[in-house]
Design a protein around this ligand. Sequence first.
Ligand code: ING
Length: 314
Amino acid sequence: MSRRLVAAAAQLGPIHRADSRESVVRRLVDLMRQAADRGCGLVVYPELALTTFFPRWLYDSQDEVDAWFESEMPNAATRPLFEEAKRLGIGFHLGYAELCEEDGATRRFNTAILVGPDGEIVGKYRKIHLPGTAEPVPDAPFQHLEKRYFEVGNLGFPVWRAHDAIVGMCICNDRRWPETFRVMGLKGAEMVVLGYNTPDFNIHVDEPKHLRMFHNHVTMQANAYQNGCWVIASAKAGHEDGFGLIGGSCIIAPTGEIASVAMTEDDELVTCEVDFSLGEYIRRTVFNFEKHRRIEHYGIITGQTGVVVSPENG
Ligand code: ING
């Protein structure tokens, strides 16, 4: 019997620095109601979905930074979303900045949660691949200071049984690294849900703008195909206080094909009926890990971080 799920990538248009969390949650609830009207069982919201992409700025104090974080989840601002999910019987994924006390210290992570149709949190993931810099880039039109504001995630790449499938999560830059999807693929992931905030301009090198969307899609399409899994990817898009983020939210099949894609840079629901059986032949044939992988030749992947050119090739 085929296992199917109508899934939605709930793309968000811009969230400006002055926008309240309450106003954003009203948008999230509206998108969830649209999803219910389309028979969706899962809604995927973006990375850092409650606020503007705050790592674009350098702040004068830690208090100013911490104002962008949530110290509990759900909380007063987000409880209406959890309650609506329970009322509608819809699961969701939500990205947010997590501030917590752990191991006797204050910790800050770029976090995502998977919430079931009963409104209860199923699982949590903390972003591992933090892009950008810890110190501001001189003369850049904006910053990308995730390495300054977040710790590297400490939960690994877990997967959970949800929606009658094995589901994993990652966050934004994680999607560019094959290791992310391969670890979840080796745990049997059939669907990976993720959010992203991707600036439409590269502050590090002079790069043609069209490559932002190309790299966004090609990396997820490749990872979907190479692991035989569905990918539900939801962008925060548009111009936040004048700073551009790409859209391109999409649902990618285990074949690597983009099954549905956003057409705007605003709040937009991108839906598709996910058939979990579609990935089975890929994981049974071309990417049958047990049959075809040769791990005796892969040790360098986890034994070495950066490039080392051997003397004979130097
Ligand atoms: N944003 C970007 C992303 O990985 C980036 C950063 C863009 C890195 C383009 C490299 C190239 O999509 C976040 N939030 O990770």
